[in-house]
Design a protein around this ligand. Sequence first.
Ligand SMILES: Cc1cc2nc3c(=O)[nH]c(=O)nc-3n(C[C@H](O)[C@H](O)[C@H](O)COP(=O)(O)O)c2cc1C
Length: 195
Amino acid sequence: MAKVKWKGGALLSPVPPTMVTCAHEGQENVFTVAWTGITNTIPPKTYISVRPSRHSYEIIKKSGVFAINLTTTSLVRAADFCGVHTGAKIDKFERCHLERERATEIDCPVLADSPLVLECRVTDVLPLGSHDMFLADIVAIDVDEALIGSDGKLRLDRAGLVAYAHGDYFELGKRIGGFGFSVAKKKKKPQGKKK
Ligand SMILES: Cc1cc2nc3c(=O)[nH]c(=O)nc-3n(C[C@H](O)[C@H](O)[C@H](O)COP(=O)(O)O)c2cc1C
């Protein structure tokens, strides 16, 4: 594969275009964050990287909490809107007809139509340059019960999740493998009766 060399840039793809909700002293907001991920398993930790100029920045800094709402195809238009308009000027919940529910462990709204929400409590704020990284404990997860199969397993493949790659939104496509499938033993074919 012939490659050209570019200077370093934020080109990791795909990333999740999440909708982050936050609140402080009665002021509630929602904005779009793609610079997010998991940093640790036990305890479960995540981060969001936020430009200090965002209206949400001070809200999260003061309250020390936020919620990461996963975006679906039915939410993606709202996610884009919430990523190009500031809550300093408009009520994005109202403008996008986003129904709010209360989080269970933190004082923060969550989106009723997001199938999976991570409730987060900030532990550290790391200034990195253009963005500050809010490192946080994931203190609870709110899951759409319709996504839990009769075997108790979470079926996220049924959620219609959206990915973001270099400026474009994509709906997740077909399943092409599972964890460890490359090393899994092949199931033996049932033996047919010998004639
Ligand atoms: C797909 C997408 C991803 C974004 N990711 C981030 C991000 O990771 N961090 C950030 O600070 N802003 C990000 N933004 C921009 C903010 O969402 C945007 O500036 C928003 O208007 C801020 O809202 P607020 O002023 O109400 O806080 C993103 C925007 C879009 C559309």
